[in-house]
Design a protein around this ligand. Structure first.
Ligand code: SAM
Ligand code: SF4
Ligand code: F3S
Length: 464
């Protein structure tokens, strides 16, 4: 089969078949068919993975973290850099053995990589152990795709772009019980020249504010403490992003709101003012700059200059000189010179970020930058990346000291790395905080007095 099977009747028929299949499976094996679902990449992908799991649970699947136990494996992939793709192909190789041991095992690849025709073709030809390859537009067809594989014994490939009802009440299986991702928009129109996302996620579509707000209300009433609003560029949310934040801030309850990512070309003073006006919105902005050189920014099609970026940074810092910022950076964009790279170092020293997410440029076939001359070796770029990280470490170890002596509100997420009895979580400014505390506190806000700043995190002790 190629292309969509989007008929509603087909969906109902497939769903009924799958429910029957799982109950017969349970009757003969003694447990529900088990799915292993793994999402790579960004939070948007994790959120999609939760929707896939929700759909599977709805037709009777259980879940396992042990791939050897699985009756269905779904790898929800990322295509943003080459190493993300390599990892998936590596895992697919290993799965040949699993399929040999369990011939009824169903293996599916979905997500951003699976949206690319050349990847689907490669899997079709060379990875015969894979039964389903479906892209980011096909989640709503999951039942039909599985039906084709299980009932008709056919391999299925679906890379079709199609309109999606993005306001529907999604069935979702959230593994985390206190932190939730809420996508507010999908796709991207920006076509940064290095980036594959617009090709695998399609054009921007915004969810209705009513639909977003009722989802957040439901999450808060279910006890969720941290809601992260997602979009490739939340500032181009069609119905007005600051207004959406203000509406969400009015929802009663003890919770906080984060959002990402903000494209600097659309980050306005109104957005900054909204962050300061709204008590539940975290005082932190993830503002990916990518480069400190105007020539490189232009070649990247980022539509802002370093000066324009600094204007919005300066406005935020005029409202609070300690305002927390994080960013994404690319090192070694095609044609970038060492002098241009150094402008990025100058920028990060000037801005003072709490954290940076920096990547060596990865060539993505089909993007505009893939055709640009790229004379600098990967080894050299790796050296630049190390220089950048060193610069950041020096900056952040000083900059994070501003928290020492202050009391921060922290949401503990897990046991900490510092040692036994420690918990780890983040403060409202999105900085990792480690402190001694009982495991029962995971998922509840605590106040922590910061005693020490390291270059990547803070440590402290709980206060009443
Ligand atoms: N939409 C977000 C924005 O523009 O700020 C970024 C989303 S992208 C999934 C996350 C980050 O991956 C980007 O900010 C960029 O730094 C990095 N990235 C994207 N394409 C890349 C490439 N081809 N090579 C290296 N890093 C890349
Ligand atoms: Fe990629 Fe640019 Fe869109 Fe971000 S804004 S997803 S970097 S094309
Ligand atoms: Fe996210 Fe990777 Fe796709 S970063 S949007 S999963 S290409």
């Amino acid at each position: 089969m190629n292309g969509p099977l989007s008929d509603r009747l087909e969906a109902e028929k497939a769903k009924a078949f799958l429910r029957e299949y799982s109950s017969e499976f349970t009757a003969s094996i003694g447990h529900a068919p088990l799915a292993y679902v793994h999402s790579y990449g960004c939070q948007q992908n994790v959120s999609d993975g939760e929707r896939i799991m929700g759909r599977l649970a709805d037709v009777g699947y259980g879940f396992t973290k042990d791939i050897e136990q699985a009756d269905l494996i779904i790898l929800n992939t990322c295509a943003v850099r080459e190493n993300a793709e390599d990892r998936v192909f590596g895992n697919l190789g290993d799965m040949k053995r699993l399929k040999k041991n369990k011939p009824d095992l169903v293996i599916g690849i979905c997500g951003c990589m699976a949206q690319l025709e050349h990847v689907a073709d490669k899997i079709k030809e060379s990875y015969k152990q894979v039964d389903m390859v479906f892209g980011t537009f096909a989640y709503n067809e999951l039942y039909q795709l599985l039906y084709e594989v299980l009932c008709k014994k056919r391999r299925v490939f679906d890379q079709c772009e199609r309109p999606l009802d993005i306001n529907e009440d999604f069935i979702q299986l959230r593994e985390n019980k206190f932190q939730a991702f809420v996508p507010i928009m999908y796709g991207c129109n920006n076509f940064c020249t290095y980036c594959i996302v617009p090709y695998v996620r399609g054009r921007e579509r915004s969810r209705d504010p009513g639909s977003v707000i009722s989802e957040v209300k439901k999450l808060v009433s279910d006890g969720y403490k941290e809601i992260t609003l997602l979009g490739q560029n939340v500032n181009s949310y069609s119905y007005g992003f600051p207004e959406l934040l203000r509406q969400i801030d009015k929802i009663d309850g003890d919770f906080r709101v984060r959002f990402m990512s903000s494209h600097p070309k659309d980050a306005t003073r109104e957005l900054i003012d909204t962050i300061f006006d709204c008590g539940k919105i975290c005082k932190h902005l993830h503002l990916p700059v990518q480069s400190g050189s105007d020539r490189v920014l232009k070649a990247m099609n980022r539509s802002y200059t370093a000066a324009k970026y600094l204007e919005i940074v300066d406005y935020a810092r005029s409202r609070d000189p300690e305002f927390s910022l994080t960013t994404d950076l690319i090192v070694g964009f095609p044609g970038e010179t060492y002098e241009e790279f150094c402008m990025t170092k100058v920028l990060i020293r000037r801005v003072k970020y709490d954290n940076i997410y920096s990547f060596v440029y990865s060539r993505r076939s089909g993007t505009k930058a893939a055709g640009m001359e790229d004379p600098i070796s990967d080894k050299q770029k790796g050296q630049w990346l190390r220089e950048l990280l060193l610069e950041q470490r020096e900056t952040s170890s000083e900059w994070l000291k501003r928290f020492v002596g202050k009391v921060c509100r922290v949401l503990p997420e897990a046991e900490g790395r510092t040692g036994e009895g420690y918990l780890t979580g983040k403060n409202d400014e999105a900085i990792i905080v480690e402190f001694m505390g009982d495991k029962n506190l995971i998922g509840q806000f605590v106040n922590v007095r910061i005693t020490k700043a390291m270059n990547w995190a803070l440590t402290g002790e709980i206060v009443e």
